[in-house]
Design a protein around this ligand. Structure first.
Ligand code: HEC
Length: 154
């Protein structure tokens, strides 16, 4: 019984440690940059441009707000945000935020195979391929006759 409990604890630890690591790096490297340069205009009370960055809680928010995170990263990289006249974050801080956003979005895409976009398109193609792999003899014969004719013409 003790061994089982230990195994469970260990399994939980292993299952949750990547999340903890992400949260740590968000809190250590990403959040301070956003807090310093963005929260002043983008918080729950002052949602400039209808954007509340302060309420985003790091990695867990990426799946739901991927578009906003992409925008945050893009605006920082292009130098559009923070607006002109305000002190810009260091280039290395901008790169850290951009890298974090990219990694989180990649992780979300990997963990949600049903997400719309390329993955779904690929799935549909596979379904099409299966449908055309018809086992109806007449159809298969017709298809091969057609390709034979096609071959003669060349
Ligand atoms: C001085 C206030 C101020 C600060 C600081 C500021 N912003 Fe903005 N932000 C604005 C205003 C004003 C708008 C709306 C006008 C616009 O889109 O240019 C805006 C809009 C945005 C938008 C939405 C743009 C869109 O196309 O929907 C994003 C994303 C954004 N800001 C990100 C950031 C990030 C990231 C930071 C920190 C690096 C930041 N902002 C810092 C004032 C600010």
């Amino acid at each position: 019984m003790k061994a089982l409990f230990f195994t469970l604890v260990l399994a939980l630890f292993v299952a949750y440690s990547p999340v903890t690591a992400d949260t740590t790096s968000y809190e250590k490297s990403v959040q301070p940059v956003l807090a310093k340069s963005c929260y002043g205009c983008h918080n729950a009370k002052v949602k400039t441009g209808d954007v509340d960055i302060q309420s985003l809680n790091g990695a867990p928010s990426v799946a739901k707000h991927a578009d906003l995170w992409e925008k945050i990263s893009a605006k920082m990289r292009s130098g559009e945000m923070p607006p002109k006249g305000l002190p810009r974050p260091a280039q290395s801080d901008i790169a850290t935020v951009a890298k974090w956003v990219e990694e989180q979005i990649e992780a979300v895409e990997k963990s949600t195979p049903a997400a719309p976009g390329r993955v779904t398109a690929r799935r549909l193609n596979r379904a099409d391929a299966r449908a055309s792999d018809s086992t109806v003899p007449g159809e298969a014969a017709a298809a091969s006759a057609e390709s034979a004719t096609f071959g003669c013409r060349q």
